[in-house]
Write a new protein. Structure first.
Length: 456
């Protein structure tokens, strides 16, 4: 199948899948300067071109789901009075991506700048919808972020997005419940497995933790920590699908025993029952991302002072490795008639101190930018909910331990949907997770080949 044919079929199928998925969320018809990976790289813009563009009356449209992001946008417009930015929230998760893909396919109505999660960037690259931002950004921008973060948004000399927030993973736990059960905070996954059994025996009405079958992001983050690389994409025609690799199987087989022996819960997450479980002590810990501490405060407020944070358990004693769950970026779409101010908007709100600090301290996005990760105003805050612990500082340290080379498929919408029907279903039913893993692998390979990809 020729490339253009494959992309047309792929986008149509992906749009259909997006209608049934959920996630944790105006340009013109110009050609832009990005485009096909085979095109010659755009020339770096000059200071004169930048100054002219930023002093010319221009309207930009920005699609984003971040609450109160108008605050940062207002700061940008104050810095550049000739640029007027319209902020639009078209929905979160699947709705956001569906609307974006529909506008891009139509060839009009897409925004200049849009928010996209890390795992979905490749699906917009495969359709050549992302502007290569390298000519519009400072040459040293990559060094301003942790290496693993920059790897998520760049390939070679090309840059496809500016990171906004991330989700390095740690372990939130109820200090009081573990103490009552005589259990220490597990430092290795072997310790964790024994602690789960001991806790269940000491507290038959509760579980040490919960592994949801409806949320692939969490277990993929745990695979990331274990060194698994289940997905890959070369930016052209070849994908890597290895969800049945030894590293992935190590993670799945670890949880399999705990699931089948009913020593951990397997409740669907992010619903009322799960919220209540966090609030009433059904779950004594949550292996979550750096956005989890603030989320938990709003969900289980009556448990304030009882929670603490620690790094994830390690596969080998003495290691210090984390995975990531979540995080998002700002991209410029190729359809934008105004690539220079659009790229500056994406950069400015995320890599200028005051707007970036407000993301961390007011909207509670976990920062991607090193300057905020090292800023005492954010870093040294003591969290009453966590007994006065400096939780932000802990997760900032964890961010530096995330491995760098995790990749994604250009159809993660489908991949995560297929997870829910295969491995996720096996988790929820306390069934054969190895068989579920094999079914997930087969689903992904079949789908990739049907879309014209070569599978490695």
């Amino acid at each position: 199948m020729r490339t253009n044919q494959r992309r047309t079929v792929f986008v149509s199928a992906l749009a259909a899948v997006s209608l049934v998925l959920a996630a944790c969320g105006g340009g013109g018809d110009g050609d832009g300067d990005g485009g096909d990976g085979d095109a010659a790289p755009a020339q770096e813009i000059t200071q004169e071109e930048f100054d002219e563009a930023m002093s010319t009356p221009t309207e930009l449209t920005f699609w984003t789901w971040v609450p109160d992001i108008q605050n940062q946008v207002d700061m940008f417009m104050e810095a550049y009075p000739e640029i007027d930015v319209k902020v639009v929230n078209v929905g979160q998760g699947a709705e956001h991506y569906q609307q974006l893909r529909t506008a891009l396919q139509a060839g009009s109505g897409a925004p200049d700048v849009a928010q996209i999660e890390f795992q979905h960037l490749q699906s917009f690259r495969v359709t050549d919808d992302l502007l290569d931002l390298a000519p519009y950004l400072p040459d040293d921008l990559g060094g301003m972020f942790p290496e693993w973060v920059w790897q998520q948004v760049s390939e070679g000399d090309a840059v496809y997005a500016v990171p906004q927030d991330t989700g390095p993973m740690g372990n939130l736990y109820r200090e009081d419940l573990l103490s009552e059960a005589g259990i220490e905070v597990p430092e290795t996954w072997d310790d964790f497995a024994q602690a789960a059994r001991d806790y269940r025996e000491a507290n038959p009405d509760g579980y040490l933790t919960n592994l949801p079958g409806n949320d692939p992001g969490q277990i993929v983050g745990l695979m990331w920590q274990a060194g698994a690389r289940p997905f890959g994409y070369d930016g052209e025609e070849t994908v890597t699908i290895a969800v049945d690799s030894p590293e992935v199987r190590q993670v799945v087989e670890f949880w399999q025993d705990l699931v089948q022996d009913d020593v951990i819960a397997v409740d669907a997450d992010f619903n009322d029952q799960w919220y209540q479980g966090l609030a009433n002590g059904k779950y004594a810990s949550w292996q979550t991302a750096a956005w989890g501490p603030v989320f938990l405060q709003g969900t289980a407020g009556k448990t304030s002072g009882k929670w603490r944070a620690a790094p994830l358990p390690q596969w080998s004693a003495g290691e210090n490795v984390a995975g990531n769950w979540g995080g998002s970026t700002d991209v410029v779409l190729n359809q934008s008639d105004n690539p220079i101010p659009a790229a500056e908007l994406a950069r400015w709100i995320n890599v200028e101190h005051d707007p970036a600090l407000r993301f961390a301290t007011e909207q509670f996005l976990f920062p991607a930018w090193n300057e905020i990760l090292q800023d005492p105003e954010w870093l040294d805050q003591e969290a009453e909910f966590y007994g006065g612990q400096q939780v932000d500082k802990l997760f900032a340290e964890i961010s530096g331990t995330v491995s760098t080379d995790m990749q994604w498929l250009p159809f993660m919408d489908f991949a995560y949907s297929a997870f829910n029907e295969t491995l996720g279903d096996a988790i929820s039913q306390r069934g054969d997770m190895s068989a579920g893993l094999e079914a997930w692998q087969a689903e992904l390979v079949s789908y990739a080949e049907s879309q014209g990809f070569t599978v490695e």
